[in-house]
Design a binder for this molecule. Structure first.
Ligand SMILES: [Zn+2]
Length: 187
């Protein structure tokens, strides 16, 4: 399973289209188990059926990831005209069994295919890609909930409906708080 931010997936597909007719390539960086950025790298071969990365760019990319607390977890490249399957050369050059090898196929421009594989000693194993919509990320939501709730609740008269004037997450929470309060009073 490869959880990846939807925006990263979109960026990688856009890059693959931009670099046609050549193969595009780059690194995927994860933090807390989710791929949160893609680093586009130049295909120094400028070929439609092959890619090579520039070692200096690779080094700089790894350094930038570390600076962000991220870790290299994937290598992606595009197949302009062939399916989203590792070629014999892709399999031969896969050097790390822990890394996800992601292939974007533009063979059918109407239906771009993105697939991920783990490759170990010549064995190819497909892995599911799980696109993550950003607002659903738990880390965006938890801290605000904890720090905002208590003070808002305290200042409320019992029957006021904050949800009409309130905004976003606070309103959602105080509304359910009021419902809970009313139930308790009914009994
Ligand atoms: Zn390939």
């Amino acid at each position: 399973m490869l959880p990846i931010k939807k925006s990263v997936l979109d960026a990688v597909i856009a890059q693959a289209r931009e670099e046609l007719p050549y193969e595009a390539c780059g690194y995927l960086a994860e933090k807390n188990g989710i791929v949160e950025s893609a680093i586009a790298l130049a295909n120094i071969d400028k070929a439609a059926d092959h890619f090579s990365m520039d070692p200096a760019e690779q080094f700089a990319a790894i350094k930038a990831m570390r600076g962000q607390g991220q870790r290299l977890c994937g290598v992606y490249h595009s197949h302009p005209e062939t399916p989203a399957r590792p070629s014999l050369e892709d399999i031969r050059l896969a050097y790390d069994p822990e890394i996800s090898y992601v292939i974007i196929s533009l063979a059918d421009p109407e239906r771009v295919e993105v697939k991920s594989f783990k490759i170990s000693q010549g064995q190819v194993l497909a892995e599911e890609i799980q696109p993550i919509e950003e607002p659903s990320l738990v880390s965006d939501w938890e801290p605000e909930k904890e720090t905002t709730m208590p003070s808002v609740i305290k200042g409320l008269p019992d029957e006021s409906c904050v949800c009409q004037g309130g905004i976003g997450k606070v309103a959602v929470w105080t509304d359910s708080g009021n419902i809970a309060g009313r139930r308790a009073a009914d009994q």
